[in-house]
Design a binder for this molecule. Structure first.
Ligand SMILES: Cc1cc2nc3c(=O)[nH]c(=O)nc-3n(C[C@H](O)[C@H](O)[C@H](O)COP(=O)(O)OP(=O)(O)OC[C@H]3O[C@@H](n4cnc5c(N)ncnc54)[C@H](O)[C@@H]3O)c2cc1C
Length: 461
């Protein structure tokens, strides 16, 4: 049990705030973007700098307290109960090197800040569907970008990282220095340490063609059939995805779409209208769109492709990798999630993988999904009265899609982590075994045990 002296020892050794559950700052400091998740650590430290992170980890290790980390709380699909929570949102260093085409960011930086600094210099990072997400949490989970089929996973672009491992040691690692730890941090999530800074490659920004088409949900059958036939005609450069949306009557939803069941096609292509329009033409002809925003796009408007919510919401997630999205898979999905199914989920998304996402790099990193053809991702509201029905619907859809699944998932889309076997599904068996060995080396006391963390060899046997 923590006593006053313990808390004073931490408070006096760090620059950032330390809050206990009965402090007025506790709720704001632990707040997650996923507002359905309420964290209850024994103590929270708002790190001001990398030194605070190291001090916090050492302090917790000395007291055998588990340690968790949060930046934005977009990935808060589990509650942190007990231990020390270190928040990183104050770590806002951000440097762009236009000559080397790299960015170096502190652990609290969101993708929006990187874009605002890099786009004026003609460079873009491999962010995902929402630039409100944190760079580090996203990238450590592999990072499936909006332009994924063109450029691959974000974790492949990491050049180096600074982190504090569970033993409290601060390290700077890259493909040459502590190569196995570096490889496993790229896709292995926060299993071995808390990252304080990340350096990664940027890509030149040329023409960009992108946006969204919304169709009436009543046409979902024919739209999904057309989508399947259209995909093989696309070049790797084009990154489309599609979702069935049951949009709430909320402000972030454009008025014509509020309270509607719609199909949402997303399209991202590093090219101009001349090349983009013919690629998209078959999908423009398939049904009368309710809204079509696809065209040449200012890259700073890239959030308009997926139109993810920007304000905190209570949500639950679940995702699996699919080996196919053929006729039978589409029929199974529509039976449980189509127009008349009564499905309570707000989003059922299918992201085609392949292209550069299937290729990888020389480094044997921990990124999953290169062998899969699609990602199926489900989102429900995690608040009464929808929560119970959403859980049941999610379980039903995942079970019905099991024959089409590879059996694995991407850790960033896994949703609520279950037991060890369930958490292991986010990595291939070979990577999982390497991670268990590394966990035993860098975190033998299993300090970093929350959420998607796996168990090391020594404590599992
Ligand atoms: C609206 C929305 C859109 C999304 N779009 C995409 C997408 O297109 N592609 C994609 O791949 N993912 C996507 N995600 C998933 C997202 O990448 C993960 O939820 C990711 O974990 C969010 O990171 P965060 O730091 O913002 O969240 P947090 O909840 O703060 O962190 C989540 C987890 O990341 C790890 N972590 C965070 N910071 C550190 C650190 N400094 N050191 C070590 N570990 C750390 C920890 O395990 C932590 O529990 C999306 C999520 C949302 C809510």
């Amino acid at each position: 049990m923590l006593v006053t002296d313990d808390i004073q020892a931490l408070s006096s050794a760090v620059s950032g705030p330390v809050a206990l559950p009965d402090s007025p700052e506790f709720a704001a400091e632990t707040f997650a973007f996923n507002a359905g998740t309420v964290h209850r650590p024994d103590v929270v430290l708002g790190a001001e700098n990398a030194q605070d992170v190291a001090t916090g980890v050492k302090w917790a290790a000395a007291r055998r307290l588990p340690v968790a980390v949060q930046s934005t709380g977009h990935g808060a699909n589990f509650a942190i109960d007990g231990g020390l929570l270190i928040t990183t949102r104050r770590l806002q260093d951000l440097q762009i090197d236009p000559d080397k085409r790299t960015a170096r960011v502190g652990a609290g930086v969101k993708w929006r800040s990187v874009l605002e600094a890099s786009v004026p210099q003609g460079l873009i990072p491999l962010h995902g569907s929402s630039t409100d997400v944190g760079v580090v949490g996203y990238t450590l989970g592999g990072g499936l970008p909006v332009l994924g089929r063109a450029h691959g996973f974000a974790a492949e672009q990491v050049r180096s990282m600074e982190l504090v491992t569970a033993d409290g040691v601060s390290r700077r690692i890259d493909a040459e220095t502590e190569a196995e730890l570096f490889a496993l941090m790229c896709g292995g999530k926060g299993n071995f340490g808390i990252v304080t800074a990340l350096e990664f490659n940027l890509f030149p920004l040329g023409d960009f063609y992108g946006g969204a088409i919304f169709y009436p949900g009543a046409d979902a059958d024919s739209i999904l059939a057309a989508f399947r036939e259209w995909l093989p005609t696309l070049p790797d450069q084009a990154s489309p995805s599609i979702s069935l949306l049951r949009l709430p009557d909320m402000e972030f939803v454009p008025p014509p779409l509020r309270n509607q069941f719609v199909v949402h096609l997303r399209f991202a292509f590093p090219g101009n209208r001349e090349d983009g329009d013919p690629l998209l033409a078959p999908m423009r002809a398939v049904s009368a769109p309710l809204m079509d925003t696809v065209g040449p796009m200012d890259y700073l408007d890239v959030d308009q492709i997926h139109m993810d919510p920007m304000d905190p919401l209570p949500y639950m997630e679940g995702g699996v990798l699919l080996k196919d999205f053929g006729e039978k898979a589409v029929a199974a999905l529509l039976e449980l999630a189509g127009q008349d199914s009564g499905c309570p989920l707000i989003m059922i998304e299918v992201r085609p993988l392949g292209g550069a996402l299937a290729k990888g790099r020389a480094l044997a990193d921990a990124v999953s999904g290169r062998d899969a053809a699609f990602l199926l991702f489900l989102v429900g509201i995690n608040a009464p009265p929808a929560a119970e029905a959403s859980h049941a619907s999610m379980r039903g859809i995942l079970a019905a899609m099991a024959p089409h699944s590879t059996g694995s998932t991407l850790v960033n889309f896994h949703g609520e982590p279950g037991d060890e076997a369930d958490r292991a599904r986010a990595w291939s068996p070979a990577v999982y075994e390497r991670m268990r060995a590394a966990k035993a080396t860098y975190d033998p006391g299993n300090l970093l045990r929350f959420g998607h963390a796996i168990t090391g060899v020594s404590s599992a046997t």
